[in-house]
Design a protein around this ligand. Structure first.
Ligand code: LFR
Length: 488
C-alpha cells in the first residue's frame, strides 16, 4: 500500500520545527530534521516576529527534509494564530509582522465592542474576546495608516505558503481565529468586516485543510538547495487545529493542547453561540473536517517560560527539570492565582507579577523559584479544572477522560496535578501533536491514508507512546482553591 513522505513545518510561539513524517495505513513515523528558536524582536517600541529568520529556518529544514527522505511528496505549514503580514499590490511584504503580545491593540477591543456590540460579534463568529484577535489588530493597523497601502492580509502560515508557492489564500481553521468569520457558514462575515472599516478585498479566498496550494516555485528556493516542484498542501494551519487532529481521543474526551498556551476544551460538530458561552469566554474555532474547537485559552506554559527567562537574565542557572523536581516536594495549592490575569499577557518579569497578584489576593507570596513553579503548576491545573467543567456544562457533554498533548504532556507534575484537579484520568501524549495532525492531513490529501478523524486518531493511538495518570481520590482541596481564586 501507499506510503506518503511529507514535511510538516510547525511554528510555535517559542520554537519551530521541520519534521519528516512517513505515513501509511499502519505507519506513522516522525523524524525531526530541524528545530529552531522563535525569538521576537522589539524595535522602536514595537514587538515583532522575526519572519525572515523563520522563513530561512523553514527553508533550511525543508532542504534537510528532502536530503533525509530522498524525495518528499508534499509539505504543509502550521503556526500560532491571529498574526499576519500585509502585502502591497505587487505582492511585497509591507512592514514587519507584529507580535500579538505587542501593546498596540490596548483599548481597541473595548472601542470596537462599544460600537458593534459583543453579542453581534459572538453570535456570528463564536470567537472568544481576546484583545489580540486579528480583528482588533487590523483596526489598530488602520489607525496606524499602513492598512491603506495594503492589498492583501495573509495570516502567518499563509504568508509562508505564499512565499513558497505564490498562492494567496486564507486557510479556514486559522482564519476563524481572526474573529471575522461567520462560524456557521465557514465564510467571511462581510457585514462585520465592513463595520470595522476593513476593506473586504484585503481578505483572501478561504480554503479548507487538505487543499493543494500549489508547488514550490524555483524562484522561491533559488540558492537554498531546496528542490522546486514539491506540492504544498494546506493543513489545519492553526497549530491548535493540527494538534487537535493529533489527539488520540474518542467520545467523552476533553483535551488540553499544552504549549506556550494551554487550549482547554472539546471537539464539537457545530458551534455553541449562546450568551452563557460568550460570558464564560469560550471560543468556537473552526477545525478540520467541519468540526469546531470549543475551548478557552488558558495562559499556559508561558508563565513558566517567562519566569525562566527572567531568572536567566538575572544570571541564575534555571533548569526546568530540577525546578519541577523541587516543586514536586513542596505542599500543593499553597498559593494559587488566576493564570489568565491580563497583566501576564505581555513579556516581562513574570515572577514579580505573580508575587504581586498573590500579595493582592492574600495568598502566601511564593519566594523561591521552586515555590513559584509550584504556584504556576497548581494554578494551571485549577484553571483546567474550571474550564473542563464549564465546557461540559455549557455543551451538555459527559467528560470521562482528559487528553494532554504538546510539550506540556512531558511535564509529569502538571499532568498529575491536572488529573487530580479535574478528577479524571489524564492520557498524556503525543508531544508533537501539531506535527502529527499536520502530517496526517497531508497524507490523507495524498491518498496514503483514508478515513475520518476517528480513523486518523486510531492510527495515532496505535503508533505513539502515551502515558496515563490516574486521579488521586477526590478531595475538597481543589474546590476550595477554586473558590479562593474566583472570589472577588
Ligand atoms: C497556540 C495558539 C493559540 C492562539 C495563540 C495565539 O500556539 O495558536 O491557539 O490563541 O497561539 O496565536
Amino acid at each position: 500500500t501507499a506510503l506518503a513522505t511529507v514535511a510538516a513545518v510547525d511554528l510555535g510561539a517559542s520554537s519551530g520545527r521541520v519534521v519528516v513524517g512517513a505515513v501509511g495505513a499502519d505507519q506513522l513515523q516522525l523524524s525531526e530534521v530541524h528545530r529552531f528558536a522563535n525569538e521576537p524582536v522589539r524595535v522602536a517600541g514595537t514587538l515583532h516576529w522575526d519572519v525572515l529568520s523563520l522563513h530561512r529556518s523553514m527553508l533550511h529544514g525543508l532542504r534537510q527534509a528532502q536530503q533525509t527522505a530522498g524525495r518528499l511528496d508534499s509539505a504543509g505549514i502550521d503556526s500560532w494564530a491571529v498574526d499576519y503580514g500585509l502585502l502591497d499590490a505587487s505582492g511585497r511584504l509591507l512592514g514587519n509582522p507584529v507580535h500579538y503580545r505587542d501593546s498596540r491593540t490596548s483599548g481597541v477591543m473595548a472601542d470596537v465592542l462599544s460600537d458593534v456590540g459583543a453579542e453581534r460579534v459572538y453570535s456570528s463568529t463564536g470567537i472568544q474576546f481576546l484583545p489580540f484577535n486579528t480583528a482588533y489588530q487590523l483596526v489598530a493597523e488602520r489607525r496606524g495608516g499602513l492598512l491603506e497601502q495594503a492589498d492583501q492580509v495573509l495570516l502567518v502560515p499563509d504568508l509562508f505558503g505564499y512565499w513558497l508557492t505564490g498562492a494567496t489564500v486564507a486557510e479556514v481553521t486559522n482564519a476563524s481565529t481572526s474573529q471575522l468569520l461567520d462560524v456557521t457558514r465557514r465564510a467571511w462575515d462581510d457585514e462585520l468586516v465592513a463595520r470595522l472599516g476593513i476593506r473586504r478585498s484585503l481578505l483572501p479566498d478561504l480554503v479548507e485543510p487538505g487543499t493543494l496550494l500549489g508547488e514550490v516555485t524555483s524562484d522561491a528556493v533559488a540558492g537554498t538547495g531546496v528542490e522546486p516542484g514539491m506540492p504544498v498542501v494546506a493543513v489545519g494551519s492553526h497549530d491548535t487545529a493540527s494538534a487537535v487532529v493529533g489527539v488520540p481521543m474518542g467520545a467523552g474526551a476533553a483535551y488540553v493542547s499544552c504549549g506556550t498556551w494551554s487550549l482547554v476544551g472539546l471537539e464539537l460538530d457545530g458551534p455553541v453561540l449562546t450568551g452563557a458561552s460568550r460570558e464564560a469566554g469560550f471560543t468556537n474555532e473552526l477545525g478540520v473536517d467541519g468540526t469546531v474547537r470549543y475551548l478557552r485559552n488558558v495562559m499556559g506554559l508561558w508563565l513558566l517560560q517567562e519566569s525562566l527567562r527572567t531568572w536567566r537574565l538575572d544570571g541564575h542557572v534555571a533548569d526546568l527539570g530540577a525546578l519541577l523536581d523541587e516543586a514536586a516536594r513542596l505542599p500543593r495549592l499553597r498559593s494559587v492565582v488566576d493564570p489568565d490575569d491580563p497583566r501576564f499577557l505581555p513579556p516581562g518579569d513574570m515572577p514579580a507579577r505573580i508575587r504581586a497578584l498573590c500579595q493582592e489576593r492574600g495568598e502566601p507570596v511564593p519566594r523561591t523559584p521552586a515555590e513559584l513553579v509550584r504556584c504556576i503548576v497548581d494554578s494551571l491545573a485549577l484553571a483546567y479544572r474550571r474550564t473542563v467543567h464549564e465546557a461540559a456544562a455549557l455543551t451538555g457533554t459527559e467528560v470521562r477522560v482528559l487528553h494532554v498533548v504538546g510539550g506540556g504532556s512531558q511535564n509529569a507534575l502538571l499532568c498529575q496535578a491536572a488529573a487530580d484537579a479535574v478528577g479524571l484520568p489524564v492520557v498524556a501524549g503525543p508531544v508533537e501533536a501539531s506535527v502529527i495532525g499536520n502530517a496526517l492531513v497531508q497524507a490523507r490529501a495524498l491518498g496514503a491514508v483514508g478515513g475520518d478523524l476517528a480513523a486518523l486518531r486510531a492510527l495515532v493511538a496505535r503508533t505513539q507512546p502515551l502515558q496515563r495518570y490516574e486521579p488521586a481520590p477526590p478531595t475538597v482541596v481543589w474546590a476550595d482553591a477554586e473558590r479562593r481564586v474566583r472570589s472577588s
